[in-house]
Design a binder for this molecule. Structure first.
Ligand code: MN
Length: 751
């Protein structure tokens, strides 16, 4: 270990006295620690604070605030929302020092011990990986997980770091904001979900949503405020008799019933194409029993509720006896109220609620005293290891895809023949189960028995099934299984198998090819053959060899083309032109548009429908943006710009894979052309409905309609109308007007 003496003298931490303002900062942090963690080493935290303050001294953030605010806020998040221990608070305070200041890791180790040094080293490494822009995100993600496996606190601090950066994102440039928000949405939020850090995940998602699509965010937020009182009054009325009885039985409790997570409401509205009101009504009421109430008391509450309201038996869930893999525990029941409405009620203790909101880390507090806590954590860590230990898939994007799938699926619980419990994602089949038991069982699976009956391997498993796999002596893995599995483990093993098989076929193809060339004495290099392969739309010779091997392409056809190329040296295909266009670098294009935009005095944004004639852009068909929508520009491979709505699925996909190709775009202040918008009208199927709709459009709003598509079913009417509008304000006006028509239930923007 080398200790830099000048550093030790420069930062004489013991002797240094903090100013009044910083003294208050440190006291505030210590208070947060005392409230959330309990006993902490206050001297060490104060020492870390001093080093944090001194080492970042003179540096400011994009907001103009002194830099040290950031690590202090991160430390507060760690203490308050993740509340693990003082080591992680100290590491959070110092998480940027090694990276950004003259302090080395050895110094940290000497002052704060090995544990803190290891965590900071982990955080620095992750940050470094994120900064290398050209590394594919999936790869980054892998490394991130790897370092987490060393000490899980590394990743918890990274969550806190990202959360604070998202909270203060408004100070960055718009493109940067969107890029960070989209990365957070894709990687951090799902991972936080897996950790069970639900509060953090929800806040991250809301902040991302607010950044990417501020208009929709504000819309839902406003609706929530408007509905708050009537919702609370309704819950009060509903819970009054129940509450009285709970009090009689000496149960102390809290009732929560107001949803706060804006993004999940918006997502449900989009997914189910339903208006805010319908989604909002579905949100659950939660009854939380205060300490020292136990799970038995949860059952008492359940019994009281069902005395007053009729439960729907199929909707009952007992996550107390069988917790979810992430540690979530609660009773769920759906009851019918005396107004005939269905409402979900969740019953849990305060501790269960803490775990539900703060996740597994909340268990850490009890890790000494309680067995179950560390058990759950161990299960989680072993899950992560399992993902990492799997044979590495060839394509890292596939990895992220599988991973995200697993995160968002709901779980089912099945039993092995010995009665052991296994958690699988929803829609899992016996094949998934087999790979879950062991990769060899998966590879040799021949048939399956579910609850003692023979079923096909592709049979969908259900909660509570007992599953037995019948294996053969040889490998029986079938590439077609790919469509029948949902777990990461099964997918990656099958993919690997397919790759191996493909390689064999391609080897045969190469042999055939080389024999043919040798016979005709045609001498063609691999590079030359690649160009021939492109002519036939193959990305590489490997694909060509595979198809030759499997007989999907004729040897004679390829050979003829190769011979022609050899003698003329020319293949004129579209492929070549595209190849040239790809040579326009992203920087060049950025520069071109920034210059253009700047010359019109609009900062760095490309102005849509203004009069910048030399900038070529088109509107994406997938989401048909109209003026007023939140939009993004993507520089396409040939240098054009495609305009998407920020929340469009395709745009989200592009953001994820080619975030460096975004450019900021804005609508011009005045636009005189018309845009195509679509709306969906739902209502009663009454005489004259279509007439009334077209009347509103043509007579009172003088709007031109392009098409109207009508269907009716069981007395309900549904119309999809495309029309020419000036922009979002115009579309809103139309929607409001249509909503007022007799019998119309609901008008929505249609995508
Ligand atoms: Mn940081």
């Amino acid at each position: 270990m080398s200790i830099n003496l000048s550093i030790v003298q420069k930062y004489d931490l013991e002797a240094y006295t903090l100013e009044q303002a910083q003294q208050e900062d440190v006291q505030q942090l210590l208070d947060v620690c005392a409230q959330n963690i309990g006993a902490v080493n206050e001297d060490q935290i104060t020492k870390a604070f001093k080093l944090c303050y001194l080492s970042h001294n003179g540096v400011t953030r994009a907001s103009g605030e002194p830099y040290y605010y950031h690590p202090v806020e991160v430390a507060k998040i760690v203490a308050q929302e993740i509340n693990i221990d003082d080591i992680s608070v100290i590491a959070a305070l110092l998480h940027d020092t090694v990276e950004d200041t003259d302090i080395g890791l050895d110094q940290i180790r000497q002052w704060f011990g090995n544990e803190v040094a290891i965590i900071i080293d982990g955080v620095t490494k992750i940050t470094g990986v994120f900064k290398t822009r050209d590394s594919k995100q999936a790869e980054t993600f892998m490394k991130l997980l790897l370092s987490m496996a060393e000490d899980i606190r590394v990743i918890l601090i990274k969550f806190a770091d990202r959360l604070h950066n998202m909270r203060t994102i408004q100070h960055l440039r718009r493109e940067k904001q969107i890029q960070i928000a989209s990365e957070t949405m894709d990687l951090y939020a799902p991972l936080a979900h897996r950790f069970g850090l639900f509060t953090i995940k929800n806040e991250l998602e809301d902040l991302c949503f607010k950044t990417i699509d501020p208009t929709s965010f504000k819309f839902v937020a406003r609706k929530l405020r408007e509905k708050k009182e009537s919702r609370e009054a309704y819950i009060d009325e509903l819970m009054m008799p129940v509450g009285r009885q709970l009090a009689e039985q000496n149960l102390s409790f809290e009732i929560k019933g107001r949803p706060k997570h804006i993004y999940s409401i918006y997502r449900k509205m989009q997914r189910q194409q339903k208006p805010f009101e319908e989604i909002y009504d579905l949100f659950a009421i939660r009854i939380i029993l205060e300490e020292p109430h136990t799970k038995e008391d949860c059952w008492r509450v359940y019994s009281i509720i069902t005395d007053w309201y009729t439960p729907i038996p199929e909707r009952f869930r007992d996550f107390i006896s069988v917790p979810k893999a992430n540690g979530y525990q609660s009773l769920h029941t759906t009851v019918i109220t005396n107004r005939g409405k269905k409402i979900e009620v969740q019953i849990r203790t305060r501790k269960m609620d803490n775990i539900a909101e703060r996740g597994l880390a909340a268990h850490w507090k009890y890790k000494e005293g309680e067995q179950s806590g560390s058990d759950t954590l161990d299960r989680f860590v072993s899950w992560v290891r399992e993902v990492l230990d799997n044979p590495r898939p060839d394509s890292s994007t596939d990895f992220v895809k599988d991973f995200q799938l697993n995160l968002y699926q709901e779980e089912i619980y099945v039993f092995t023949p010995k009665g052991e419990l296994r958690t699988l994602p929803f829609n899992a089949t016996p094949i998934d189960f087999a790979f879950e038991i062991h990769s060899e069982v998966g590879e040799r699976a021949m048939a399956a028995k579910v609850n003692d009956k023979m079923v096909p391997l592709r049979h969908k498993l259900r909660n509570g099934d007992q599953v037995e796999i019948i294996t053969g002596s040889k490998i029986n893995l079938n590439p077609d299984w790919m469509d029948d599995v949902v777990t990461h483990k099964a997918k990656s093993r099958i993919r690997q198998f397919i790759k191996q098989k493909q390689r064999k076929v391609a080897d045969i193809g190469r042999e055939i090819w080389e024999k043919r060339c040798a016979k005709a004495k045609l001498d063609i290099t691999d590079q030359e053959l690649t160009r021939v392969a492109r002519k036939f739309k193959y990305e590489s010779t490997q694909g060509l060899f595979f198809d030759l091997g499997s007989g999907s392409i004729e040897l004679a056809t390829v050979f003829k083309e190769a011979k022609k190329f050899k003698s003329t040296g020319k293949i004129d295909t579209e492929e070549d032109q595209i190849q040239d266009a790809q040579n326009i670098s992203t920087e060049q294009v950025h520069q071109k548009y920034f210059d253009a935009a700047r010359s019109y005095g609009q900062g760095n944004a490309l102005i849509l429908n203004g009069d910048i004639s030399h900038v070529k852009y088109t509107y994406a068909n997938c989401c048909s943006p109209i003026p007023g929508d939140e939009v993004l520009g993507f520089i396409s491979r040939n240098g054009d710009v495609k305009i998407h709505r920020s929340m469009c699925n395709n745009a989200q996909h592009l953001l994820k894979n080619e975030g460096d190709r975004i450019i900021d775009v804005k609508w011009a202040k005045s636009i005189d052309s018309k845009f195509l918008g679509a709306i969906r009208v739902i209502g009663e199927d009454r005489v004259g409905m279509i007439n009334d709709i077209t009347d509103v459009l043509s007579k009172s709003l003088s709007t031109n309609m392009k098409s109207i598509n009508v269907s009716s079913d069981e007395g309900m009417f549904e119309g999809i109308i495309t029309l020419y509008v000036d922009g979002i304000a115009h579309l809103d006006k139309i929607m409001k007007r249509l909503e007022r028509l007799q019998g119309v239930k609901n008008v929505l923007r249609y995508e």
